[in-house]
Design a protein around this ligand. Structure first.
Ligand SMILES: Nc1ncnc2c1ncn2[C@@H]1O[C@H](COP(=O)(O)OP(=O)(O)O)[C@@H](O)[C@H]1O
Ligand SMILES: O=C(CO)[C@@H](O)[C@H](O)COP(=O)(O)O
Length: 573
């Protein structure tokens, strides 16, 4: 490729870091820069990227931290030698649901940025509130009850918005904000999602929401393509609904829309070309499904801070237990998602306990976890008719199912269907395999309606399972994932799997700028995709006998969850 050929940047503003990834028109990765919030930031007392107010179940992140991170990532790309003049398009991805509250001076400050100063040094005053509620927040039970009731029940809310009410969703969060900080709400000129906040910085004015990420608010009527007035009315609290509409702004339908050119600040400070164009930034999960030409029969599991299960599908079949979003680029397609709060951090807890039980501090922290997980038989069954060990491992309050934090261990006898809560026979080491099994069985249970038989008399399952996110490097997890979820063609990892989200955002920018009139994202990426270079098979998927055994475990798992939910409800009464 010529040394002046076009380049595209995708940013990923996630829970624990900001990444910037540069690709060329052939979708090849040229540069990657990362700013780890805990390790690289200064001046913020954060842990794992966030702050906590346990008394109110609040989890939030300082917005100025993200400004510092963007300064850092752009500097790092410059140091690596990126010629910013070649960058023709920018897009991004943001952790979903988080909201940013802009003050009255926001537009003025954004459009008058001084190229001699960092973003952090001059934008701190742009916000009416210094924090953004994080997706791990669970302070909004009251507001969620009101949202669920607003259209009759959770089923109806899910029909209209793609999801029942969730603590982290932006609508319930805004409603709580109007109550907790009414005077700040009044002084707020605009509300951004984390994704549109990122696009706003590059544009030099507040950017609109993205057509996919707007579905994470419990406010958007997906089928009608408009806000639901009843939900806006509820969300505006004691304030005027028109005021809320102004704060939220318009939602363009085209995910590849040219929002405008990059602001002069970036031209002067970093040497961007003045015609570099900003394409809407989307949510981190929608961006992840754009990191490869995903087919409707494929599944993606993102093993990040959260665990998410993602599919692209033409069917809109909402249910209170799952999420549907508009697909970020392709009208007529939807993104199906499951999202667990207890993902990477829960696995880390068990990993640390295993290392401690073995009095071992291995150089590779996951080595022992992997070893004992692979040595343990499926479901801890000593022989094929013995009881199955299964459990729930939630060091944080969980979303799927909606339950307080805790650990529960059971044995299940598939021949009689009997289930017993017991820790007898469980060792710390059993938990390495059990936590991965628990997470994967839950995914299989909740996605089974979306999978189909690949033919040849095989049971319903995905064609391929793609693993992405920090945990996808782990081959032991990949092996167990394949045994449980199946996948006739196997379990695959992207070449840059822990940067899949930033990669998807970069591909979105390529598509937004280089598409022919009417060309879909799938067509453009499909034509340029280099299967041999971009993905690798890392584990087998469907294995006859094992898959069916886990099928029995799914039945026991469903019973176990129901029992735990019942017990917890009784305790609460
Ligand atoms: N080798 C590994 N095995 C299992 N998990 C890992 C491994 N390396 C990193 N992780 C997990 O990856 C998680 C971070 O994933 P990442 O996708 O980078 O985060 P984010 O959700 O912030 O985007 C960490 O919580 C960590 O537990
Ligand atoms: O809340 C959700 C999805 O509904 C989370 O998946 C967030 O989008 C944050 O993701 P990561 O930081 O784990 O990537």
């Amino acid at each position: 490729m010529a040394s002046d050929s076009p380049l595209y940047i995708g940013f990923d503003l996630s829970t624990q870091q900001l990444k910037g990834l540069v690709v060329n028109s052939d979708l090849k990765v040229i540069y990657i820069a990362k700013f780890d919030f805990d390790a690289d930031s200064h001046g913020f007392p954060i842990k794992k990227g966030v702050l906590n107010n346990e008394a109110e179940h609040e989890v939030f992140a300082p917005v100025a931290l993200w400004l510092q991170a963007l300064d850092g990532v752009l500097e790092s790309l410059r140091k690596q030698g990126l010629d910013f003049r070649r960058v023709k398009g920018i897009s991004g991805a943001g952790q979903q649901h988080g909201s940013v509250y802009w003050g009255q001076d926001a537009e003025k400050l954004l459009c008058n940025l001084d190229p001699k100063k960092s973003l952090e040094a001059q934008l701190e005053g742009a916000f009416s509130h210094p924090y953004s509620p994080n997706w791990q927040d669970s302070s909004t039970q009251k507001e969620c009850d009101e949202f669920d009731a607003a259209l009759g029940d959770p089923e109806h809310l899910a029909q209209v918005t793609g999801s029942k009410a969730h603590h982290r969703f932006t609508g319930p969060q805004i409603l709580r904000f109007t109550r907790k900080h009414p005077e700040v709400y009044q002084k707020t000129s605009r509300i951004s999602l984390v994704s549109s906040f990122l696009a706003s910085l590059f544009l030099g004015h507040v950017a609109p929401f993205d057509i996919s990420d707007v579905c994470g608010m419990n406010l958007w009527n997906i089928k009608k393509g408009v806000y639901d007035d009843r939900l806006l009315q509820l969300c505006s609290g004691v304030f005027e609904v028109e005021e809320l509409k102004r704060k939220l702004g318009e939602v363009p339908e085209d995910g590849g829309l040219h929002l405008g050119h990059v602001h002069a600040y970036f031209v002067e400070r970093f040497g961007f070309s003045p015609d570099c164009t900003v394409i809407p930034a989307t949510g981190d999960n929608p961006a992840t499904i754009l990191s490869l030409p995903l087919r409707p029969s494929d599944a993606m599991v993102s093993l990040g801070t959260s665990t998410t299960f993602l599919m692209s599908t033409p069917s809109y079949a909402p249910d209170p237990a799952t999420h549907f979003f508009n697909h970020p680029t392709t009208p007529g397609l939807y993104m199906f998602m499951l999202c667990y709060k207890n993902g990477g951090l829960a696995r880390e807890h068990v990993r640390d306990a295993v290392n401690e039980s073995l009095k071992d501090t291995p150089a590779q922290p996951w080595a022992k976890f992997d070893q004992v997980a692979l040595q343990s038989p499926p479901l801890g069954q000593r022989d094929s008719t013995g009881p199955m060990k299964m459990g729930l491992f939630f060091p944080r309050d969980e979303i799927v199912p909606n339950i307080r934090k805790g650990q529960w261990r059971f044995t299940y006898d598939p021949s009689t269907g009997s289930l017993q809560e017991t820790t007898d026979g469980w060792t710390t080491q059993d938990e390495a395999r059990a936590i991965v099994e628990s997470q994967m069985i839950s995914l299989r249970l909740r996605s089974r309606e979306l999978t189909q038989s690949p033919g040849n008399g095989l049971p319903a399952q995905p064609r391929r399972v793609y693993l992405v996110g920090g945990g996808s490097k782990n081959k032991a997890i990949a092996k167990i994932a394949g045994e449980i979820l199946g996948g006739v063609e196997g379990v695959y990892q992207l070449d840059v799997s822990d940067n899949a989200c930033a990669l998807g955002a970069a591909y979105k920018a390529v598509w937004g700028i280089e598409r022919q009139p009417g060309q879909t994202f799938e067509s453009l990426v499909g034509q340029r995709w280099n299967e041999d270079q971009f993905v690798e098979k890392i584990a087998d998927g469907y294995q006859k006998g094992v898959f069916e055994k886990y099928g029995q475990a799914v039945e026991g798992f469903e019973k176990m969850e129901q029992q735990v939910l019942k017990q917890e409800a009784e305790k609460g009464n």
